[in-house]
Design a protein around this ligand. Structure first.
Ligand code: NDP
Length: 495
């Protein structure tokens, strides 16, 4: 299908072995344009199918994906290097999102009557959420199934066609997801993939035929994508990573908190946008927590418990953050500067890191964690919120009310309580951030609405005698009646 100019291609490789696992076209602006044009035709057909038929097709796609779970996990593992077990978990969670989006699209987006108010008593008011046409999805490499699916399947369920540009590191996974979709929807190219580098993504973001762009990646690239979108006023949902904190309160289950911190920080070699990068533990439990934490971290092996650093340049970022922290007086309780031995990075636990160090302020995206002792949970929240990012977060506390207060006070869009990253597996919860973590939401009802335009229709059922207000034949008596009615309805002060 692809018409990449001059047949130029690129290879995807296993990041740990360097073995080539696939060859893909470098789609240029011409082929992106062709894909978007095809997508516009497909979107018309898909949009007209209606909620029930789309639900049937998407549930069929879910079954196809599920039957191909092992194949998908293998493709993910080959292109990212992550253990197949982790790849399977990722794909399994994505399946629950396909299911939820398929089953809930009509309920969330379908036409409904809404109250028209006393002034509009003669009107029938309806609200519905209509598709945008073609949604451009630009995806990352760290969770190449779960993350883009959070946009793709919600956009599809809302009646849009999708053109997906996977990361140059994981094109094979993207192609496979679209191929499997064609088994359930063979008639039209409703879900297409274009492959290539940043220019391919830029061509998609800047295409005037794209109704919305869903981007996941770095904050710096999100700004470039937003600038490309600005040319056509194309709306954007941007998920740009984070610097998530885990708070350990005085009555927390310390073993559970340590276990969660280690998984949150080290699984997938720390390459998780909602991974734990910082811990704030209150003074009375700090030492016990550190004991639990270091014991668990010391047992972990890079290359066994988690895979390599998928993007080679990331190793430099991790080294820079560790070096900077140590130069500023931090202590490496586990690991240290020599932990970075590409393509692997051994676990690193840093304490006494000044809050202005890059290891505290910038996304490290490696198997590293900073731990700070704080006087109380309020200080923990203050310091957790004192970064540019606001994506996810975690609270461990023995008191449900206190835990909920702390969760609410954290700036991120999602907070897990007494668990880690648990919100990703709840499809009805929206996912997204604030500040440098981006804006807009995927997942849940908000995630469905994100890929639509609300359509408001007010239909006059009958004319109200003596209330001829929106006409040049209006009389002073009409206005007088309006003033009386508004005064009656809204003029009384209530305490
Ligand atoms: P990028 O933000 O550069 O890439 C994300 C996606 O955008 C990729 O598909 C990429 O394509 C594409 N892209 C790159 N340039 C453009 C452009 N000008 N216009 C449109 N699309 C573009 O992230 P990286 O993969 O380089 O990772 C860098 C950092 O981003 C990481 O160190 C990490 O901190 C953060 N990150 C956060 C993620 C998250 O989950 N929030 C996921 C991945 C990274 P291509 O891959 O072909 O360049």
């Amino acid at each position: 299908m692809s018409t990449a100019t001059e047949g130029r291609t690129f290879e995807s490789v296993h990041p740990a072995t360097g073995v080539v696992v696939g060859t893909h076209p470098i789609d240029d602006a011409v082929s992106v344009d062709a894909a978007v044009e095809r997508g516009r035709g497909a979107a018309l057909w898909w949009g007209r199918l209606g909620f029930d038929e789309r639900r049937r097709r998407l549930l069929d796609y879910k079954a196809v994906v599920t039957r191909n779970l092992r194949r998908i996990a293998e493709a993910v593992s080959q292109e990212t290097g992550k253990p197949e077990g982790d790849a399977t978990l990722e794909a399994a969670i994505a399946i629950t999102h396909i299911d939820w989006a398929a089953r809930n699209a009509r309920k969330v987006l379908g036409p409904r009557r809404v109250p028209s108010g006393l002034l509009g008593v003669n009107l029938a008011a309806t609200l519905e959420y209509l598709p945008l046409g073609v949604v451009g999805v630009i995806g990352p490499w760290n969770y190449p199934v779960f993350t883009p699916m959070g946009s793709i399947v919600y956009a599809l369920a809302a009646g849009n066609a999708v053109v997906f540009k996977p990361s140059e590191l994981t094109p094979g996974v993207g192609v496979l997801l679209a191929e499997l979709f064609a088994e359930s929807v063979p008639e039209h190219p409703v879900f297409q993939v274009v492959t290539g580098f940043g220019e391919t993504g830029a061509a998609l973001a800047g295409h005037p035929g794209v109704g919305k762009v869903a981007f996941t990646g770095s904050t710096a690239t999100a700004k470039r994508v937003m600038a490309a979108c600005a040319a056509n006023l194309t709306p954007l949902v941007a998920e740009c990573g984070g610097k998530d904190a885990l708070i350990v309160d005085r009555d927390a289950d310390l073993a559970a908190a340590a276990d969660a911190a280690v998984w949150g920080a080290m699984s997938n070699a720390g390459q998780t946008c909602v991974g734990v990068e910082r811990v704030y533990a209150v003074a009375p439990v700090y030492d016990d927590f550190m004991r639990e934490l270091t014991r668990r971290v010391a047992a972990l092996r890079a290359g066994e418990d988690y895979g390599p650093i998928t993007m080679p340049e990331q190793a430099d970022v991790i080294r820079r953050h560790v070096d900077d922290a140590l130069a500023k007086g931090a202590t490496a309780v586990v690991g240290g500067a020599d932990a970075v031995r590409p393509p692997f990075v051994d676990p690193v636990v840093l304490t006494d890191v000044p809050e202005d160090a890059s290891a505290v302020q910038e996304e490290t995206f490696g198997p590293t964690i900073t731990v700070a002792k704080v006087a109380d949970a309020d200080e923990a929240v203050r310091r957790a919120n004192a970064v540019a990012y606001g994506l996810g977060g975690t609270v461990f506390s023995g008191n449900v009310r206190r835990a909920t207060e702390l969760a609410r006070a954290m700036l991120g869009g999602m907070t897990a309580v007494n668990s880690v990253i648990s919100f990703v597996g709840v499809p009805s919860l929206p996912f997204g951030g604030t500040g440098a973590s981006g804006f807009g939401r995927i997942h849940g009802a908000d995630g469905l609405r994100e890929f639509t335009r609300p359509k408001a229709i007010s239909r006059q059922r009958f004319a109200i005698p003596g209330m001829n207000l929106t006409s040049f034949t209006r009389t002073p008596a009409d206005l007088e009646r309006l003033v009386k009615l508004v005064t009656f309805l809204h003029g009384r002060r209530k305490s």
